[in-house]
Design a protein around this ligand. Sequence first.
Ligand code: X6L
Ligand code: MG
Ligand code: MG
Length: 164
Amino acid sequence: MNKAYLGLGTNMGDRENYLRQACEIIREHSQINLLKISHVYETKAWGYTDQADFLNICVEIETTLSPMELLEVCHLIEEELNRVRIIRWGPRTIDVDILFFDNIISKEEILTLPHPRIKERAFVLIPLMDLNEDLIIEDRSISYYLSKLSEDEKNEIRKVKINI
Ligand code: X6L
Ligand code: MG
Ligand code: MG
């Protein structure tokens, strides 16, 4: 069994329900065990900022799938939940990203591990910290990267009382 961390984000329609459905697909997958779900955070949009706020979570899983097979499952979840790509970095029903897969470091364009942009994204770092404070990227802990974020960035992240 390999341990992996996924980041999920949604900012269209019934966001809470999309998170639940995505977790249900993960939970029911015969080759994935869903171990832990972070708190749910409401976050201001990054990248393309003129869009609705997101709900973001991270989950910890163990799996017998390979990284590429897990990536296929992530894409299947996005398809199943009717994700349509119109605007780059635009609104989505669900986005499922592989953040870490064991200790694998990969520079492949199709699947870069750890996820290349975790370090500067509070909407990933904060839910990841709920799951495991000891994760390392480029020889530094995620708590280090979190400490480097500005107060403004952290203020754009709000824990909400939703149970997935
Ligand atoms: C300059 C240029 C600065 C690009 C930042 C940041 C681009 C993040 C894309 C960027 C830049 C992204 C989510 C989101 C997206 C999400 C929240 C992305 C991809 N996904 N905002 N924006 N949560 N809050 O899950 O992350 S689009
Ligand atoms: Mg993403
Ligand atoms: Mg993605």
